[in-house]
Design a protein around this ligand. Structure first.
Ligand code: SF4
Ligand code: SF4
Length: 308
């Protein structure tokens, strides 16, 4: 793996946005992860630098699990909103398999690949819902993919977001990583992030942004660090596990998706219209509810059983 040097301040100042070459950024993921938020922040920051910007987006299903992608192109004069195959200067993936699926769009000679190692396994890949059943999901490891591209990084943004106490901030961590491929003023990034994140979460999102930048800067200084270990593939362990369902009541909007799609029929909406597990013994830990909840309100934990 080699890496492109970011422009110095002097070089950046010498670039005239009106005549600059067009640069292409592809942001991909699945519904609910914040793909559109990232591309909107990026498009606005590019505009603030004086560039012409085109942004296009395709939303997946209106629930988690559907593929979502957004093309952002900026430069002196941008005519087309879509990035042809092999011409993305940066590919940012919020979900591992989506990143792999879009790899042919990356510019082979100098494209930068940045991906969360998080795996959001589509519900239809879960053919057999019993514990230990095999999933139809990409088997390539982060280290294998990072080796294959000119410049690549695979970070556990989901875990890092959990560690700072807001699992929804993984997208801002990845935005911070993405920001290191531009020489735009940090103040502009911070200002625009403050405009797009939910009120009251500005501080944690700025912390997440800085964390993502720091991770990439450290990886550039020490290429051995360009991949975080992949998290254990969910639901693949053949070992017996105990299942625990965590429902964050404050995030549940009572949409009923998890209740309707739980294959074991062990969820209901209570009198406050909040999801509740009625029969813990019936829950197989299949994660369908976790993957489909549009508000990240359910987390399924698999634990080694405690020895008697
Ligand atoms: S509650 Fe969730 S994890 Fe448990 S069986 Fe239902 S959908 Fe699967
Ligand atoms: S937990 Fe999620 S999917 Fe279930 S009712 Fe609440 S918001 Fe909807």
């Amino acid at each position: 793996m080699s890496q492109a040097e970011p422009l110095s301040q002097d070089q950046a100042a010498a670039v005239d946005p009106a005549t600059a070459t067009t640069r292409n950024v592809l942001v991909v993921g699945v519904g609910g992860q914040g793909v559109i938020m990232i591309s909107k922040v990026l498009a606005l920051v590019c505009q603030m630098q004086g560039y012409s910007v085109k942004q296009s987006e395709v939303h997946g299903m209106a629930k988690r699990g559907g593929s979502v992608f957004s093309h952002v192109r900026y430069g002196g004069q941008v005519w087309s909103p879509t990035i042809p195959q092999g011409e993305a200067d940066v590919l940012l993936a919020l979900e591992w398999a989506e990143g792999l699926r879009w790899l042919p769009h990356l510019r082979p000679e100098n494209g930068v690949f940045i991906s969360d190692t998080q795996q959001v396994v589509p519900p239809f890949a879960c053919r057999n819902r019993s514990i230990g059943a095999e999933l139809a999901y990409a088997k390539e490891t982060p280290a294998e993919i990072v080796e294959r591209v000119t410049e690549g990084y695979a970070l556990a943004a989901g875990r890092m977001a959990d560690e700072i106490g807001n699992s929804r901030a993984a997208n801002t961590i990845l935005l911070g990583s993405l920001s290191t491929t531009f020489d735009f003023p940090l103040e502009d990034w911070r200002k625009v992030i403050g405009m797009f994140v939910p009120k009251g979460t500005e501080d944690v999102n700025i912390e997440a942004f800085e964390l993502g930048r720091k991770w990439i800067e450290e990886a550039r200084a020490n290429p051995e660090r360009a991949t975080d270990p992949a998290p254990p593939a969910p639901h693949l362990s053949a070992a017996p596990v105990e299942v625990e369902l965590e429902i964050t009541e404050a995030w549940c909007k009572g949409c009923d998706i998890c209740v309707k799609l739980c294959p074991e029929r062990c969820l209901v909406l209570d009198t406050r219209q909040v999801a509740k597990l009625t029969d813990p013994k019936a829950c197989t830990g299949c994660r369908i509810c976790e993957w489909l909840c549009p508000d990240f309100a359910i987390a399924v934990k698999h634990r080694e059983p405690v020895a008697a």
